[in-house]
Design a protein around this ligand. Structure first.
Ligand code: PMP
Length: 371
């Protein structure tokens, strides 16, 4: 049987495994930071209407520049993220993973490097590898905040072309202060003063769940700062695959040099537009999830776990001598959480109140058995 490594694949892909959380069929799945609430019926009907309209023109390619959708996304950010942006400042793709890929194809690539502060979203490193961009693993403090002095020193020494700041950070839930982003932005521009500077990508996939304001206003006057967002979490539409960025219009023009023509299908654009019409309803679910997230933090602490303060729709909890064994013991009780490989810690996504109760019961039992 032919194996991957028997093929003439790129050397840096040899021996690697594809990214992906286990998709196990268990009663309670709290492992991929999805929104547990199905889309409301009126929105499902509106999607059907919009998609029907789009279907009548599927013989044609979609709007290549997705202008109507980018206008609606700009309106959403302007209303909710504390800063006015126009369609020219917004770009959309198939999930924010594709946004990140397009950014790395444009600003990274062979001979260039990107840095992130780990533990953080592992796809930043993996998409870097996939685009031939060298990956630099930067430091974090023990409490999972960014160690600003160490991060600035790493940037000054390694002079990366792209800097990733994930806020709220996955998997820890930690929000990043605006001052920290500004300090890293300045350091990154200074380190690359020989060229046009470095791109700083603020990944705000979980921005809507934060206690703090969006970092969107920081793009003003900073052409090398990009904010990345997604409809997979707050909009409860992970299956839709719709991510977007907000930045200087020049960044939007630049990513068009690498995007595949017609990358965003008419069906995707129609579905996303329907979801954006129902923003207010969907954001009510976000409020419920925020209070469930806070309940998870309180109850896990009451059980005796250590919990990292969370601004996202998930919670990192520990500390376990053998986190993987605890993961398995929770799974044996029908609840799937995430073992990200951060030693001692596990991550749980906020689900419905009933799902969270099932999870907390499982942890209570496992905690008693192990202590
Ligand atoms: N950024 C972060 C921090 C994430 O956690 C995720 C999803 N797990 C993504 C980006 C990608 O999300 P999507 O491609 O669904 O928009």
């Amino acid at each position: 049987m032919t194996k991957i490594d028997d093929l003439p694949i790129r050397d840096e892909l040899r021996g690697k495994s594809p990214y992906g959380a286990p998709q196990l069929d268990v009663p309670v799945r709290l492992n991929t930071n999805e929104n547990p609430y199905p889309l409301p019926e009126p929105l499902v009907r509106r999607i059907a209407e919009r998609v029907t309209e789009a279907a009548r023109q599927l013989n044609r390619y979609p709007d290549r520049d997705a202008v109507e959708l980018r206008t609606a996304l700009a309106g959403y950010l302007t209303r909710t993220a504390g800063h006015e942006v126009t369609a020219a400042q917004v770009w959309a793709a198939n999930g924010s993973n594709e946004i990140i890929q397009q950014l790395l194809q444009t600003f990274g690539g062979p001979g260039r490097t990107a840095i992130g502060f780990e533990p953080s979203y592992s796809m930043h490193g993996l998409i870097s590898r996939g685009t031939g961009t060298g990956w630099i693993s930067g430091p974090r403090n023990d409490d999972f905040t960014i160690d600003v002095a160490a991060a600035k020193a790493a940037i000054a020494e390694r002079k990366p072309d792209v800097v990733f700041v994930c806020s709220p950070n996955n998997p820890t839930g930690t929000a990043v202060e605006a001052d920290t982003v500004l300090a890293l932005y300045e350091a990154a521009q200074a380190a690359r003063a020989d060229s046009a500077g470095a791109l700083v990508v603020v990944d705000e996939a979980y921005g809507e769940f934060s206690h703090r304001a969006s970092l969107l206003p920081l793009i003003e006057g900073r052409p090398n700062l990009v904010l990345s967002r997604t409809m997979s979490k707050a909009f409860g539409a992970a299956g839709l695959r719709l991510g977007y960025l907000a930045a200087d219009p020049a960044v939007v023009d630049a990513v068009q040099l690498v995007r595949l023509p017609y990358h965003l299908s008419s069906v995707t654009q129609a579905t996303a537009l329907a979801a954006l019409e129902h923003t207010d309803t969907l954001l009510k679910y976000v409020e419920q999830l925020k209070s469930e997230r806070d309940r998870l933090v309180d109850e896990l602490r009451a059980i005796g776990c250590r919990v990292v303060a969370s601004d996202a729709n998930f919670v990192q909890f520990g500390l376990f001598d053998d986190a993987h064994a605890v993961w398995q013991a929770i799974l044996d009780r029908g609840v799937l959480v995430r073992d990200n490989g951060v030693p001692g810690w596990l991550r749980v996504t906020a689900g419905t109140p009933a799902e969270n109760d099932a999870f907390l019961d499982a942890v209570r039992t496992v905690w008693k058995e192990r202590i």
